[in-house]
Design a binder for this molecule. Sequence first.
Ligand code: URA
Length: 224
Amino acid sequence: MRLDKYISKALGISRKEAKRLILSKRVKINGKVVKDPSYKVSNEDITLDGNHVEKPKEKIYIMLNKPAGFVSSTSDVESTVLDLIDHPRVRELHPVGRLDKDATGLLILTNDGDFTHKVTSPKHHVEKEYEVIVEGEPQNALKLLHGVKVGEYFFKALSIKVSENVIHIVIDEGKYHQVKLMMETVGLSVKSLKRVRIGGLKLDVEEGHWRELSEEEVRRVMEG
Ligand code: URA
C-alpha cells in the first residue's frame, strides 16, 4: 500500500491531508523520514510525530441500530444511515441489504462487497429475524409457515412466534418490502418492523447507535 493511502486510512483523513503530513516530514518509516507519498509500505514501523501508526484494517464491518426516518442508501438526497455513523472511513461504507425508511433495527455496513453479496444472496440462506407489531388477528401469521404467493414470488417463513400483537418472523431472503407483503397477505397490517438478528448476529446497541464488529462476529453472521 502507498504511504499516503496507509496514513489516510489509518487516521481517517483525506489523501491530500496525508500527503501534507508526509511532505512536512512528520512521518517516519523505521525511524527515518520518508517524503515520498508513493513509497510502498508493507510491514514497517510507521510513526507520525514519533507516535506509532497502527496498520489500517482493509475491511470494516459496523452494526447500526437504525432509527425510523433514515434511508438505507449512500446517496445524499435525504437523511441516510451514513449520517448516523461518525467513523473516519464512513465514505467507504455501504449498507448490507436494506431496511425500509420506516423500519428500525439491525443494519450492517461494510466496505466488503463479497460479504454483502453472501449475506444478501438467497443462495446462502442467511437468516434474518424481525420483530413486527401488527394490527389484525396475530394468529394468522402462522399461515406464513406454509408459504404465501405474492405476485410472482412464493414467500415462506422459517419460524413464527406470536405473543399478543408482536410477531417474531424468520426468513432467509430479503425481497423489497418482503415482511410487510407477507403480513398483508394474511390480513395483518404492520405497525412497526424491527430487524433483530442477521445470521448468528443479534442486535445489541441502542437505537441510533453503532459499533464495529469483531472478526469473530463477522464470521458468526454467515454461520447463523
Ligand atoms: N421487510 C420489509 O417489509 N421491510 C424491511 O425493511 C425489511 C424486510
